[in-house]
Design a protein around this ligand. Structure first.
Ligand code: FAD
Length: 446
């Protein structure tokens, strides 16, 4: 059969872009199709705009702290629209960087929505393309719970572009995205309530980390309703009214309701059935090498049922291309993926939580915790606490997990990734010489 491309990639988010560049480096004829902007969720509706918003909100705390350092008359008026303009400039710059990188690598860029006609034929806006191999990297979209009045609720996609910041916001979902938005909006001065169906926010993280972040957010005035879910949303003259499950709980009144209740793969209009590709819980079913039930079709990133993070999507995209092109490749190791919560206090983790370690290794598990006050906050009256916790196999001294809450947690835990990857012991970590004074030095003395 004559093919237009050796490899056709659907979706130019982190997974598809990383795969396209990797494939082009290896000399194959590769195309990437994108229906929206280059960069996917990460650049346009996720990591980047969110982190810029975190920085914007941080200035409120920094201005407050500045007075403790002797500064006076610090400007304190925040202009959301001005911020959006600057943020969008940066997002646009990042899209252009991606476009140039694809051009330089010799990747053919195709604009438009893509669907399958059969297992080797793709249709983009009425144009047909034959491909020897296909990589699906279509990502995901926000999900909303099926309750009356849910049409009044926004998702993170809309919130990032909201015209005016709300005075009162109710956030449904205590996962990392809900918590990050809660923290940021509180930083901008909003009245924030979080509704979490679990007993504590940030399910899946170490329990001490969860309770420290929950306590820190509560101290900042964020109301957290645990073990609760919304029953319905109605529009009232006072604002949106979120009725919560359970008789005793007062309804929440808010200007905006944000749903941060997870994301589902973007598969409805792909016509996967025409290619005979199978599903697994509404995501594309893949084996550990990211291959679907069709040997020439692979799927990576958020459209598969794995970890929904940008570095994971990139790693899966690169590994899948190596395998598709018959090169030596390493499977992605999901046990050593660090993750961060960019709330204030911020938190980050790598490896096993205390509960996971005890379930796996039993009584030999030891935990070492060091509490500290970051130097930056020592001059102020409000002493922000932080901690680092090492989960260790007491028999071998090997580090199983690192969990941190406090300033620079994401940067510090990133340093610990290599230690875990290389199977370092706690003793080896303690022997390393740290930079002083720094937040990271706490890692070497737990
Ligand atoms: C608010 C928010 C904050 C986040 N923060 C972080 C963070 O701090 N750190 C982190 O690691 N991760 C974060 N994430 C997750 C991260 O953005 C995703 O895991 C990552 O973008 C997944 O990459 P992907 O390539 O699989 O999919 P996506 O980035 O979703 O890209 C898929 C692309 O495919 C395109 N597409 C879909 N269907 C078609 C079609 N039929 N034809 C053509 N094109 C199509 C889409 O338009 C999209 O551009 C965040 C997500 C959200 C929502």
């Amino acid at each position: 059969m004559n093919y237009d491309f050796d490899l056709f990639i659907i979706g130019a988010g982190p997974a598809g872009l990383a795969a396209a560049k990797r494939a082009a480096q290896q000399g194959v004829k590769v195309a990437i199709a994108e229906q929206n902007h280059l960069g996917g969720c990460c650049v346009n509706r996720g990591c980047i705009p969110k982190k810029l918003m975190v920085y914007a909100a941080d200035y409120a705390a920094a201005l407050h702290n500045a007075t403790e350092y002797g500064w006076e008359s610090c400007a304190s008026q925040f202009h959301w629209q001005k911020f959006l303009g600057k943020r969008d400039q940066e997002v646009q710059r990042l899209r252009e960087v991606q476009e140039q990188a694809l051009e330089k690598a010799g990747v053919e860029q195709i604009k438009g929505h893509t669907k399958f006609l059969d297992a080797h034929t793709l249709v983009v806006e009425d144009q047909k393309y034959k491909a020897k191999q296909v990589l699906i990297a279509v990502g995901g979209k926000p999900m909303k719970p099926d309750i009356p009045g849910i049409e009044y609720a926004l998702t993170s996609d809309e919130l990032l572009n909201i015209e005016h910041l709300p005075n009162r916001i109710a956030i449904i979902g205590g996962g990392y995205i809900g918590i990050e938005f809660a923290s940021v909006l509180r930083g901008f001065g909003c009245d924030v309530a979080v509704v979490s169906r679990e007993d504590m926010i940030l399910g899946g993280f170490d329990d001490e980390l969860r309770s420290a972040v929950q306590e820190g957010l509560t101290q900042r005035g964020i109301k957290i309703f645990s073990d609760t879910s919304p029953d319905k949303i109605t529009k009232t003259p006072e604002g949106l009214c979120v009725q919560l499950a359970g008789d005793s709980i007062e309804p929440l009144i808010a200007d905006v309701v944000l749903c941060a209740t997870g994301r589902s793969p973007n598969l409805e209009t792909l016509e996967l059935e025409k290619a005979g590709v199978e599903f697994d819980q509404k995501a594309i079913a893949v084996n550990p090498q990211s291959c679907t039930n069709q040997p020439h079709i692979y799927a990576v990133g958020d459209c598969t049922n794995r970890l929904q993070l940008t570095p994971v999507a990139r790693a899966e995209g690169q590994a899948a291309v190596d395998i598709m092109l018959g090169k030596p490749s390493q499977e992605v190791d999901y046990t050593l993926v660090p993750s961060a919560v960019l709330s204030r206090p911020e938190a980050a983790s790598i490896g096993l939580s205390e509960a996971q370690a005890k379930e796996k290794y039993g009584d030999v598990v030891e935990c070492h915790r060091q509490d500290f006050v970051p130097l930056r906050y020592t001059l102020g009256e409000q002493k922000q606490q932080g901690f680092i916790k090492l989960v260790v196999n007491g028999k071998t001294d090997r580090i199983l997990g690192i969990h941190m809450v406090g300033e620079s947690a994401e940067e510090v835990v990133q340093c610990g990734v290599i230690a875990l990857q290389k199977g370092a012991t706690r003793k080896e970590l303690m022997e390393a010489i740290a930079i002083h004074p720094s937040a990271a030095e706490e890692l070497f003395s737990v």
